[in-house]
Design a protein around this ligand. Structure first.
Ligand SMILES: [Zn+2]
Ligand SMILES: [Zn+2]
Length: 181
């Protein structure tokens, strides 16, 4: 477990923070790095757990404060996936989310417009900041699983381009096992 990021990576993160008008403190650099690496959506507690797993001793309060500053500066977005845990992701192109009702995975869906607001309401005189679309249904993986006759016992913790799936059937035991892919 490395306690230091490679220099090039470090200066890249520092530059991003400064461009957003933030002081490049070590906790900010580390949190941004974790969210980048995740390549998907993470809850704040998962960010904290990953930092600790990598040997960084940051308090929960520090991590939450850092997340707050990264969100207000626009470097990190809160993925709008409806009620439930707040999911974070590095701010990239404006997009929407598909939430699987069966396994809970959250999948990025490109926005056809690519900028806010991508929909205008029939509300003359209103000033719109953004429109958020959440698709709900069954993800391709769950549809495939039922089509091939396999029972579904998957629970997804969080996801995105990377999905964290707990598949009890695959491991043949009831305890949770995480698999990244
Ligand atoms: Zn699913
Ligand atoms: Zn997303």
């Amino acid at each position: 477990m490395s306690h230091n990021l490679p220099e090039e990576r470090m200066s890249q993160l520092v530059a991003r923070l400064r461009r957003a008008g933030l002081r490049a403190t070590r906790p900010r650099i580390l949190v941004l790095d974790v969210l980048d690496r995740a390549g998907g959506h993470l809850a704040a507690d998962e960010v904290l757990a990953r930092l600790r797993a990598r040997g960084f001793r940051l308090s929960r309060a520090t991590v939450y404060n850092v997340i707050h500053s990264l969100v207000s500066s626009g470097l990190v977005m809160i993925a709008d996936t409806g009620p439930g845990r707040m999911l974070l992701e590095p701010a990239r192109v404006w997009h929407h989310h598909f939430v699987c009702r069966e396994c809970g995975s959250v999948i990025d869906v490109p926005c056809v417009v690519g900028a806010k607001p991508c929909l205008q309401p029939d509300l003359p005189g209103a000033e719109v900041d953004e429109a958020q679309v959440i698709w709900r249904g069954r993800c391709p993986r769950c549809v495939m699983r039922s089509a091939t006759g396999g029972g579904s016992h998957a629970e997804t913790i969080s996801s995105g381009a990377s999905t964290t799936v707990i598949d009890r059937r695959a491991f043949g035991r009831p305890g949770p096992m995480a698999e990244r892919h």
